[in-house]
Design a binder for this molecule. Sequence first.
Ligand SMILES: NC(=O)c1ccc[n+]([C@@H]2O[C@H](COP(=O)([O-])OP(=O)(O)OC[C@H]3O[C@@H](n4cnc5c(N)ncnc54)[C@H](O)[C@@H]3O)[C@@H](O)[C@H]2O)c1
Ligand SMILES: O=C(O)C[C@H](O)C(=O)O
Length: 356
Amino acid sequence: MQPTVEANHRIARISAHLHPSNLQREESCVLGRGNCRAKGGAPGFKVAILGAAGGIGQPLAMLMKINPLVSVLHLYDVVNSPGVTADVSHMDTGAVVRGFLGQPQLESALIGMDLVIIPAGVPRKPGMTRDDLFNINAGIVKTLCEGIAKCCPKAIVNLISNPVNSTVPIAAEVSKKAGTFDPKRLLGVTMLDVVRANTFVAEVLGVDPREVDVPVVGGHAGVTILPLLSQVKPPCSFTLEETTYLTNRIQNGGTEVVEAKAGAGSATLSMAYAAVKFADACLRGLRGDSGIVECTFVASQVTELPFFASKVQLGRTGAEEIFPLGPLNEYERSGLEKAKKELAASIEKGISFIHK
Ligand SMILES: NC(=O)c1ccc[n+]([C@@H]2O[C@H](COP(=O)([O-])OP(=O)(O)OC[C@H]3O[C@@H](n4cnc5c(N)ncnc54)[C@H](O)[C@@H]3O)[C@@H](O)[C@H]2O)c1
Ligand SMILES: O=C(O)C[C@H](O)C(=O)O
């Protein structure tokens, strides 16, 4: 059967829309699938991933596309976001996917977002500390957070880029400068430490990791990662040998992956899993679910430091309640002192970066 004139026009419009040069301009296309479905589609939250074409960004984009709480997913990067967007957008799940490429499209990527997840920046290679990433990643995080302050100052921010102990203070100073800082909405992602702690503790106990809950407090680098093994749920006890083994393994989990990848980057898949677990908790909080408690690195008064990772209650406005550390044993008290010393320096480094 011959196509009608109208059908030919329709095909021509769809072909024009699918042309790679048009992927970044979806809103302006005649057939803006994203726009159409977003307006008429299921209710949900608008989420942007900044650094979406990276090792974490790609699996994170895929997993967020599956999340039923997400109605719109914006994928921003300085390279390769058209390909990732085209790929992820073919998944037959509800979220509408739009891609954004390069600094000129940052603002479009951010306008209207409820949650912004930031895995942008360089990863470690063997022999490096997370602090060795500061010189490159500090500037990246600064620029992205300036965009957030301008375009979606009320969004919850999940900051993954390392060194988290410094990038979160950088993000806070950027929004303070812009007059938009809300400490409840800026959350450094330390969920991977909790995910690792649950896994390693479950291995030692010989149980299913899904049954284990290990609070991990402090920060996200070396000795600042402080698992509270005396507070593991379900309640259990460890020998000093087990405590030392578990603490070291949890604190060095990132390095274990960096060395195994031998120059090809750091944790990406387990990180994307952890990021989605945390983002999903944030979205459930935004929806108004009660009783959502997770560990995250936030502005805090739990210790004398201005930022600290601990358990928080997530709600409609972000981290609505920050819980105290609870009773610590002697091993943990000594670990806390070491953690605070290193954290203080990393936090100060982040703050000074903005005021230098
Ligand atoms: N918080 C954590 O637990 C945790 C865990 C793993 C990795 N990380 C950190 O996450 C970051 C990313 O890791 P990765 O393995 O995905 O790295 P990657 O190099 O594979 O990907 C990073 C992406 O960021 C993009 N990017 C660079 N500059 C950008 C900018 N100005 N705007 C937007 N995007 C930009 C790159 O183009 C790239 O696609 C690293 O800093 C790493 O250390 C944190
Ligand atoms: O170790 C790294 O550099 C990446 C990340 O912080 C991790 O904990 O895996």
